[in-house]
Design a binder for this molecule. Structure first.
Ligand SMILES: [Zn+2]
Ligand SMILES: [Zn+2]
Length: 223
């Protein structure tokens, strides 16, 4: 009798430990999922807008990956056209500010962000080229795949490399849309990479300081 009582006690204890272990594991999964999200609390919509047929695949891929990083409702829109007036024949490149200015008219409400993707090269009056650009006040951003391609630098073509680089630029510009400034930490995704080697060195994650900034109360976005 005593023996069976001890066995039952041991069994009950075993079941209790198992249940506690399972609960802990489930909680851990929940916490890890939460930590995977780089930004919390916002329920905005993010539209990926391909600006040419070729960019549709990259836009779709970015959309699927960004949905695990941010709490946006993410969709890829129809292909839109680059505004002709943004093209500079002398540079054979597109003026990013004009594109951003036009993109904001695609927004249906203030709750939407737009991230456009193009194959074409981008420039600003101060720089010969930019990998990407954004207007925080307008809530719009653009990434160019042109200089993210290994073949641009005489190396073998790789979709994987283009995707990894585009992801960093997309997260960087979304960081600006969420009011973050450029960061001095060169491994942080908010570091302002000017060269492809800078871009390859930096990660697609926010550093501790930038992560903290993201959790502060909403402030007025900077351009
Ligand atoms: Zn920046
Ligand atoms: Zn940072």
């Amino acid at each position: 009798m005593l023996m069976s009582y001890i066995i039952w006690q041991s069994l009950a204890l075993g079941v209790l430990i198992l249940v506690m272990g399972l609960t802990g594991a489930i909680l851990l999964v929940a916490i890890n999922r939460e930590e995977d999200r780089e930004e919390t609390g916002l329920q905005k919509k993010l539209y990926l807008v391909p600006l040419d047929e070729v960019s549709r695949g990259l836009a779709d891929w970015l959309g699927s990956k960004l949905s695990s990083k941010f709490r946006f409702k993410i969709n890829t829109s129809m292909v839109a056209k680059l505004p002709e007036e943004s093209y500079s024949a002398s540079r054979d490149s597109y003026f990013s500010s004009i594109i951003l200015n036009k993109l904001q008219f695609l927004k249906a409400s203030e709750d939407e962000y737009i991230l456009a993707v193009t194959e074409e090269d981008l420039f600003t009056p101060n720089t010969d080229y930019v990998f990407s650009s954004s207007d925080g006040l307008a809530g719009v951003a653009i990434v160019s795949a042109q200089r993210l391609k290994p073949e641009f630098y005489g190396l073998p073509q790789s979709d994987e490399v283009v995707r990894m680089r585009a992801m960093k630029r997309a997260v960087h510009e979304i960081g600006h849309l969420l009011t973050l400034d450029n960061c001095d930490e060169n491994s942080c995704v908010m570091y302002s990479s000017k060269t492809i080697s800078d871009l390859d060195y930096q990660s697609d994650k926010f550093c501790h300081g930038c992560k903290l900034e993201l959790t502060l109360p909403v402030k007025v976005p900077k351009t």
